[in-house]
Each structure stands twice: as C-alpha cells, then as structure tokens.
Design a protein around this ligand. Structure first.
Ligand SMILES: Nc1ncnc2c1ncn2[C@@H]1O[C@H](COP(=O)(O)OP(=O)(O)OP(=O)(O)O)[C@@H](O)[C@H]1O
Length: 255
C-alpha cells in the first residue's frame, strides 16, 4: 500500500503549521522527514496515521494493505510505550488479543517477530530488565506483529545513547533487508536519515513546506558508518537545513 499526500496545509486557529505538502510514500521504502524544531513533522505523521485531519488537502491510501495486516498504520514512539507489568511476549500478545488472536496462532506470530528482532531469548523478561535499545526492539517487534502496511516512526532512536542508536540502525537495516517494510521516519538526526532513508524529505521552518526531497540510491545494506558518499549527502542536508534551523531557533527564543 502506498500513501499519497496531496496539498496538505494546516493551521491551529491562526497559527499556520504547514503549507501545501505533497508527497508519495512508496511501498517498501523508508521515507525520512527532517526539518527544524516545530516545523510540523509530528503533526504530519498524525495526519498520515489518521489521528488528526489537516485543514486542507488529503491523505490517500493507495492499494491494499499486505495479507494478514491487522493494523495498516502502526506507530513506534520515542518512549517505547511498553506496559511494565507485562513480559516482552505479553506486550506483543496484547496487540494480537485486541484482534482476537490467541493461542497457537498468537505464539507463531510472537515467535516470528521476536526472532526477526533478535529477541527470542527475552520473551519472558519484563521491560524493566531491558536496556533502552532492547525496549525499542520490543516496540518494533510489537509493531511488526500486526504486519502493518506502513510504520509511522516518531524519533524512534532519540531517547537512546549514540552507540545504542548505531546498533539499532544496523538492526533496522537487517530487518528491512530480510523483509522490506514501509516506514515514515521522523528524525532530527541527519546521520539516521542518510543511513535509513530511501528518500529524505527536508521541510522548511514553520509553516513547514517541502524544501527538497533527496533520493538516496545506495542500497541500505551498503551504507556503512563513515561512508564518504553518505557524509556528502548529510552535508548537503545540513546545508539545506542550517539557515532554517537557525531562524527557527531565533523564533523560539523571541516568542
Ligand atoms: N494540538 C495543537 N494545538 C496547537 N498547536 C499545536 C498542536 N500540535 C502542535 N502544535 C504546534 O504546531 C507546531 C508543529 O508541531 P510539531 O510537533 O508537529 O513539530 P515538529 O516538527 O515535530 O517539532 P519537534 O521537531 O520539535 O518535535 C509547533 O509549533 C507546535 O507547538
């Protein structure tokens, strides 16, 4: 299933947040959205997820979700959002219980997503026993359990330290290479964007408008840490963003 955004504009009362955003999110691709603070990235994700409606424009879902999809648009948040009293497997089974899936069928799905996220050994652990990186892998496993058409990822790695972020990026690349998924991935971190994005959408400061869509052709599995080609892409993104970020920063200070 593809997603098409057509002329999305939005204001909260007189406060204009974004203007005329059109974008095609193709099935099997990771689309990263970057832009200065307050430019409307999370708001755009809420429009795609159907949690809120834009003042103007439309979000289209094109084609059918994958077979066995329980929830076409599934969020992954920065703060993991795990239930502390449920085990890792219990947190994943919760989203299946919501769809009446229990017993052997649920176990089959849980075993599969735990294996895909390298968590097979940790099904009985409680969230408090896990590191931040492991918790986020559980949240990713839980999202995969519903076989979503599109994962909506809002700063999924930003609560993690730098080394854990690197490891999780490797994990996300492995996961995608083994079985491509579709994601809209909001981040402040340009290194993440060039490592994971097939497309990187650069938004201007508020009201967020698309400044450029940078396509990165290099296959995900060939994008290594310190790759000069990626460094050049990252530099280009930063050049696009620097003035916008500075202006956005000044705007916040002068409110
Ligand atoms: N429900 C709301 N009512 C009023 N204003 C809102 C609401 N939600 C968001 N905003 C404002 O809209 C603007 C865009 O917010 P949003 O969270 O989408 O930006 P962002 O690009 O994700 O920011 P950040 O990078 O800092 O997370 C901000 O100025 C925010 O304060």
């Amino acid at each position: 299933m593809d997603i098409r955004l057509d002329g999305i504009s939005h204001s909260y009362d007189d406060f204009e947040v974004m203007r005329d955003i059109s974008l095609h999110i193709e099935s099997g691709q990771i689309v990263c959205i970057v832009g200065p603070s307050g430019c409307g990235k999370s708001t755009l994700l809420r429009f795609i997820g159907g949690l809120e409606r834009p003042s103007k424009g439309r979000v289209y879902q094109l084609g059918e979700p994958p077979e066995g999809c329980l929830n076409p648009l599934t969020y992954i948040f920065q703060d993991f959002a795990l239930l502390p009293w449920r085990s890792v497997a219990g947190n994943i089974s919760l989203v299946l219980e919501d769809h009446g899936i229990r017993g052997a069928r649920a176990k089959g799905i849980i075993d599969d997503v735990l294996a895909r996220t390298k968590l097979s050994e940790f099904g009985n652990a409680l969230p408090k026993q896990l590191s931040g990186g492991m918790k986020q892998r559980v949240a990713i496993a839980r999202a995969l359990a519903v076989n979503p058409a599109v994962m909506l990822m809002d700063e999924p790695l930003s609560a993690l330290d730098a080394q854990t972020r690197e490891l999780l990026m490797d994990d996300l690349v492995d996961l995608w290479v083994r079985q491509p998924f579709t994601a809209v991935y909001v981040t402040h971190n340009l290194a993440e964007a060039v490592r994971l994005g097939h497309k990187v959408v650069v938004l201007s400061r508020r009201p967020g408008q698309i400044r450029e869509v940078v396509e990165i052709d290099k296959p995900l599995q060939e994008r290594n840490f310190g790759d000069p080609e990626l460094d050049a892409q990252q530099k280009h993104l930063w050049e696009l963003m620097r003035d916008e970020a500075r202006a956005a920063d000044a705007e916040l200070i002068n409110v």
